[in-house]
Design a protein around this ligand. Structure first.
Ligand SMILES: Nc1nc2c(c(=O)[nH]1)N[C@H]1C(S)=C(S)[C@@H](COP(=O)(O)O)O[C@H]1N2
Ligand SMILES: [Mo]
Length: 314
């Protein structure tokens, strides 16, 4: 199992976030990051030991449902850049280089450019939020994410009045992503949100789960989590965020607009053309449960879509 239980973790591996960031900074300064040398040093995140993160628990934004057993979300993944089956990402994503990592901010904002992820993270206090995740394929999990509100970051770039949407792009690095050799999607993977969806306080940029840094297969080092939409909106390993006036074309809509709309809200009343969305299998449970409108987040997000025909804008 990839995630250690608290009992397995040696005190020496538990690092305060600031110490962790300083250590990262040291590695940058010392020029070790990216050099093969660092990989052989024991006890570093680079050696495959994920650091514990420091965060506060946001109970108001968390479901009281029991989180899914940690081994599931790290072993059973959709991350097509590493293959289309559920078990390839856990194996093949291990060689993805996630540091150093930069994020390009582009489009309709006063401040744009290329930002180092460490600089971004230094300014964002981390929270743990336990969210339901519903995949369009009909399964669901309950995940304790660690991250920060996307809106808090977006505001720092001062989006202009023309910023009606936000487009996100995943890394496309063929040398480390074997799935890119098959054109199952038009790479890179792209997703988008309307600006009010992006600014909604539930929308999270995650850097960790179950208290530790994100495993690569879950979208390290930075992935989106939009809990009221189908899982494919929650784009992984983000390298670019672009403010746009026009609605972005997401990879899934581009691949099949009849099956995957822009909004992708979890909606039991709108069937996928090839299967119903009325029920879901919670991973770890035997009987299926009823799928809830907006994945159970209707109270918080239904107002974003008032007056819209959600059968048309699915
Ligand atoms: N870049 C990228 N992001 C992605 C995907 C993908 O294939 N590539 N799959 C999506 C789908 S379909 C789901 S259900 C979730 C799965 O996230 P998880 O593996 O952390 O559970 O990631 C989403 N983000
Ligand atoms: Mo999914």
């Amino acid at each position: 199992m990839l995630i250690k239980t608290p009992a397995d973790i040696k005190a020496s591996e538990i690092t305060d976030r600031s110490v962790y960031l300083q250590r990262r900074q040291f590695l940058h300064t010392a020029g070790l990051l990216g050099a093969g040398l660092a990989v052989s040093l024991p006890g570093l995140a680079l050696a495959g030991v994920r650091q514990k993160l420091a965060f506060s628990k946001n109970r108001a934004f968390s479901t009281s449902e029991e989180p899914t057993e940690p081994g599931k979300i790290t072993a059973y993944n959709n991350f097509y850049e590493f293959g289309t089956d559920k078990y390839s990402p856990a194996k093949l994503a291990q060689k993805l280089t996630t540091r150093p990592w930069s994020v390009t901010i582009a489009g309709e904002a006063e401040k744009t450019g290329v930002f180092d992820l460490e600089d971004i993270l230094r300014k964002q206090p981390l929270e743990e939020r336990i969210y339901r995740l519903r995949c369009v394929e009909g399964w669901s999990m309950v995940i304790p994410w660690v991250g920060f509100p996307l809106g808090d970051l977006l505001k720092t770039f001062s989006p202009t009045s023309k910023a009606k949407y936000v487009e996100f792009t995943t890394l496309a690095r063929p040398s480390e992503m074997p799935g890119l050799s098959r054109r199952v999607l038009d790479w890179p993977y792209v997703e988008g949100l309307r600006i009010d969806e992006a600014m909604h306080p539930l929308t999270l940029l995650a850097v960790g789960l179950y208290g530790e840094e994100l495993p690569n297969q879950n979208g390290a080092p930075l992935r989106l989590v939009v809990p009221w939409t189908y899982g494919f909106k929650s784009i992984k390993s983000i390298v670019k965020i672009r403010f746009t006036e026009q609605q972005p074309l997401s990879s899934w809509s581009r691949a099949n607009s009849r099956e995957y709309g822009f909004y992708s809200n979890v909606n039991p009343e709108v069937a996928h053309p090839r299967w119903s969305q009325k029920r879901e299998r919670r991973i770890g449970e035997f009987l299926k449960r009823r799928t809830l409108m907006f994945n159970g987040y209707a109270e918080q997000v239904a107002s974003l879509y008032s007056g819209m025909d959600l059968k048309k804008y699915f």
